[in-house]
Ligand binder design. Structure first.
Ligand code: ZN
Length: 120
């Protein structure tokens, strides 16, 4: 959706700008981006609930639209994990990438920094 793309762009801008401006500004911007993403998530959860309600009440449930919304939710949640790790919100749940040495989410399937893939 357009809204998501805009917020993604904001997030990326925040990250890039933050790296130049210093850690404090970076953390503030990441927190701001996280808050935006959380409100995206809330909207998507609400949308998902409505989709299910309509599909089930009309008996037309096939899961297609729902799957698309769920995929978006998963994608935003994954991005949020990375951002949270970036500002050290949950260092204990992170792991260190063997290839580049950055801290990344524990359940990450690949490194968001260097693209290294991990066995599940
Ligand atoms: Zn890496």
């Amino acid at each position: 959706m357009e809204l998501n793309n805009i917020k993604r762009a904001v997030t990326e801008t925040a990250l890039n700008a933050g790296k130049k401006a210093g850690e404090v500004a970076n953390k503030t911007k990441i927190r701001f981006a996280l808050a935006n993403m959380q409100s995206d998530l809330d909207e998507l959860y609400e949308k998902l609930g409505k989709l299910y309600y309509e599909a089930i009440s009309k008996g037309t449930e096939n899961g297609t639209k729902e799957s698309a919304v769920i995929a978006k939710i998963d994608s935003i949640k994954a991005d949020m994990e990375v951002l949270k790790a970036e500002i050290g919100l949950f260092p204990r749940s992170g792991k260190v990438c063997g290839a580049c040495g950055k801290t990344i989410p524990k359940n990450a399937e690949f490194c968001p920094y260097c693209g290294e893939k991990f066995a599940k």
